[in-house]
Design a protein around this ligand. Structure first.
Ligand SMILES: CNc1ncnc2c1ncn2[C@@H]1O[C@H](COP(=O)(O)O)[C@@H](O)[C@H]1O
Ligand SMILES: [Zn+2]
Length: 347
């Protein structure tokens, strides 16, 4: 590893946008494939390699393949444990993992047991002393409509109270071409009223202006992607104004957007737009397994593409602390950790 790569690995980082089943590493996929040879799944079907690009549609096909491989309690526990340890090894000190409790027919687990299994993995890593603070956002897949969304929110509310602070919020994700946010608004509103934080995928594709406007009225506590919010790409100034006025942090996933073909190249990524506005932005991986990346690499890519100094990169990773859904005490602990690590990185 060259010196620069070492800097990015050692840089303490906060990861706020990571879908569990999109984050499964090649090593873990190998273990899953050997457990289920009859599925005839090859690793090339679960990841998009260097230089490759797919349509967003094709990305969602990849998730369907991974879901076939991850379909028991044992699998979910292994996947979650491996993913947490991999983030920790990459220098991530605080992680918000998100995952969609699936239907019982897909996993043999109720949605409740699905959530419990992810929590078990988080607790296991904590007991083993893995150096990372992990929280959980329960995800709503937008294609499943109003009722499933409400059911998911009800469960998340329960776990928010019973999980010792591990469940902190709701994620809205899934294929953006399917369904409409208006059907999910009541569930999201209910979640917000109960004290759950909201991170919503917003304007990941063009022509979702109405939906984004509607969902911004909640408002969400963070935005995922927001690729097409600004006027230069067909969004609107009024959407930008709302995001800016409410200071809603945006989770930005460079490689995901380039490989999923929603932005033409790294240099044209909307990181530049929001960063230059001085708006709170947080670099994230989205699906480190599927897109073959890690958070260190995303920071390094942002720096090399947009000419950021190590000091600027440090600030970026430090400012992400203010965007976490964990409590104020955790923010303070993280800030102290960053201060302690600073001299070591800038010696
Ligand atoms: C690439 N951009 C994206 N846009 C929207 N949703 C995405 C996504 N990447 C992942 N997901 C969501 O995360 C699920 C996989 O993890 P879990 O089974 O929940 O752990 C996908 O099925 C999709 O709903
Ligand atoms: Zn995402």
């Amino acid at each position: 590893m060259d010196n620069d790569a070492v800097f990015y690995r050692e840089l303490p980082k906060v990861e706020l946008h990571a879908h569990l089943n999109g984050s499964v590493s090649a090593q873990t996929i190998e273990k899953l494939i050997s457990r289920k040879p009859h599925l005839n799944i090859e690793h090339s079907m679960t990841a998009i390699g260097k230089g490759q690009r797919r349509t967003l549609d094709e990305c969602f096909e990849v998730f369907r393949v991974i879901h076939k491989l991850v379909d028991t309690e044992e699998d979910i526990l292994m996947v979650a444990t491996d993913v947490i340890k991999e983030f920790a090894a990459d220098g991530v000190k605080y992680l918000e993992l998100r995952s969609t409790p699936r239907e019982e027919r897909d996993t043999g687990l109720t949605k409740r047991s699905y959530i419990e299994t992810v929590i078990k993995a988080i607790q296991k890593c904590k007991e083993e002393g893995v150096d990372i603070d992990v929280r959980f956002l329960v995800a709503i897949d937008r294609r499943n409509g109003t009722e499933v969304a409400l059911e998911t929110v009800n469960l998340a509310e329960e776990f928010m109270l019973s999980s010792d602070g591990l469940v902190v919020g709701i994620d809205l994700s899934g294929d953006p071409t399917v369904g409409h946010g208006k059907d999910l608004l009541p569930a999201l509103q209910k979640a917000k009223n109960s004290g759950l934080k909201l991170s919503l995928h917003l304007s990941e594709i063009p022509s979702q202006l109405d939906e984004s406007d509607l969902l911004l009225s909640l408002p969400p506590d963070r935005i995922g992607h927001g690729t097409f919010l600004h006027p230069e790409v067909g969004g609107s100034q009024s959407l930008v104004d709302k995001v800016v006025q409410k200071k809603i942090p945006i989770e930005l996933c460079l490689t995901s957007n380039v490989k999923g073909n929603t932005v033409p190249c790294y240099a044209k990524h909307h990181f530049k737009y929001w960063y230059e506005l001085g708006h709170p932005t947080v670099l994230c991986t989205d699906d480190k397994g599927v897109f073959c990346t890690d958070l260190s690499q995303e920071y390094q890519l942002a720096a090399s593409t947009f000419g950021l100094s190590h000091e600027a990169v440090w600030k970026l990773s430090q400012q992400a602390i203010d965007c976490i859904f964990g409590p104020e005490t955790v923010k303070q602990q993280l800030k102290e950790k960053w201060n302690d690590l600073h001299p070591q990185l800038f010696k």
